[in-house]
Design a protein around this ligand. Structure first.
Ligand code: COA
Length: 170
């Protein structure tokens, strides 16, 4: 919010409010209040591949304990979403995104490490994900965590929308 010029009290209040909201980044489970900023972030990062709000809303309802966010007390910086089968044989990473301005600071690795820690603790057997074959940053991250490329799946999301399938055995 930009205060009107000359409004010093509002300006001070805004500064105090900002300071109160800022803290070191933290990875934590999602809350309902995160859904709006999460949808905006997802839209900005994935454009036509972003989840519609109602899908995110339902992921929250169904997989709320498998959706982690990283935030600094003021802004949502990223998220990771897991989806685990009832028999825990397999979990999918259904989404991983870091806000454009916050990339290259270790948040993607942090979210993935937290996700894998939780899946290991629940004795999940394998973690699967798909990634666009040209997405070098994500592929490097996944390979550094031990994921192997198992398949190049043509037209995975429709004609011309290929995906690399990667798997980590926990
Ligand atoms: C992929 C993404 C999640 C990485 O998050 P990030 O916070 O920028 O990554 P980190 O800073 O934690 O870096 C982790 C690793 O990712 C890889 N990486 C990150 N940025 C990279 C780049 N520009 N080029 C190559 N590798 C890169 C490196 O292996 C890096 O290892 P390091 O820890 O030794 O530096 C982020 O770039 C993003 O949100 N991209 C758009 C959405 C997306 O592609 N999601 C994955 C869909 S499957």
């Amino acid at each position: 919010m930009t205060p009107p010029p000359g409004d010093r009290s509002l300006s001070r209040a805004a500064a105090v409010s900002f300071a109160a909201r800022s803290r070191p980044p933290q990875v934590r489970p999602v809350t309902e209040a995160d859904l709006d900023p999460l949808a905006l972030l997802d839209q900005d990062v994935f454009a036509e591949h972003a989840y519609p709000f109602f899908v995110l809303r339902q992921f929250y309802d169904v997989y709320g304990d498998q959706l982690l966010v990283v935030d600094d007390g003021g802004e949502l910086l990223g998220y990771v979403l897991m989806g685990t089968r009832l028999d825990r044989s397999r979990s999918w990473i259904l989404g991983l995104a870091i806000d454009r301005r916050s990339r290259g600071r270790g948040f993607g690795r942090w979210l993935m490490a937290e996700a894998l820690k939780r899946l290991r603790a629940h004795e999940v057997g394998e973690v699967w994900l798909t990634v666009e074959p040209a997405n070098a940053a994500a592929i490097e991250l996944y390979e550094s965590l031990g994921f192997d490329k198992v398949e190049h799946h043509r037209d995975y999301f429709g004609p011309g929308d290929d995906r690399l399938v990667m798997v980590l055995r926990l």
